[in-house]
Ligand binder design. Structure first.
Ligand code: MG
Length: 162
């Protein structure tokens, strides 16, 4: 049985993963309507992945005797400056998510819930990967400059790790 404190923080994480999914959906739409078709595919795939994360938290919470709550929809931004700025926003958001996963890890130790501690390690590793791939994207955007954005957009799907 999961503790009340962990149930609460899990529901907060469900909200954050849901928001991540909608944020990336909004970025996918921005990219698609700005002519960046490769980038929009990358963001649609990210949006699906974040929804999967949300479902994983829901399933685990319900399995452990808690109850997941579907959060209210918060509207993400829908206007973005340019490609580089968008990816800096993604990095900033993923760093926020990493911090929030770390807070869950800390709480599992405080609550002596070692099964949840073990389960959450998937997300610890996942966040390392998320930050790494966004950093790689930002690095390549810095290298190519504005002229070669077309090639960047064509090749961005190579940065996905599956
Ligand atoms: Mg996630």
């Amino acid at each position: 049985m999961i503790s009340e404190k962990l149930e609460k923080i899990f529901n907060e994480q469900i909200d954050k993963e849901f928001y991540s999914s909608n944020l990336y959906l909004s970025m996918a739409i921005w990219a698609e309507t700005s002519g960046y078709n490769g980038t929009s595919k990358w963001f649609y795939a990210q949006a699906d992945e974040e929804r999967m994360h949300m479902l994983k938290f829901i399933e685990y919470l319900n399995d452990r005797g808690g109850k997941a709550i579907v959060p209210a929809i918060k509207q993400p931004p829908h206007e973005f400056k340019d490609l580089k700025t968008v990816f800096y926003q993604v990095l900033e958001h993923e760093m926020f998510i990493s911090k929030s996963i770390n807070d869950i890890v800390a709480l599992t130790i405080e609550e002596k819930d070692f099964s949840t501690h073990s389960w959450i390690q998937f997300f610890v590793t996942e966040q390392i990967q998320e930050e790494k791939s966004v950093n790689e994207i930002i690095d390549s955007l810095k290298l190519i400059g504005e002229q070669n954005v077309y090639m960047f957009d064509r090749d961005i799907m190579n940065f996905r790790d599956e």
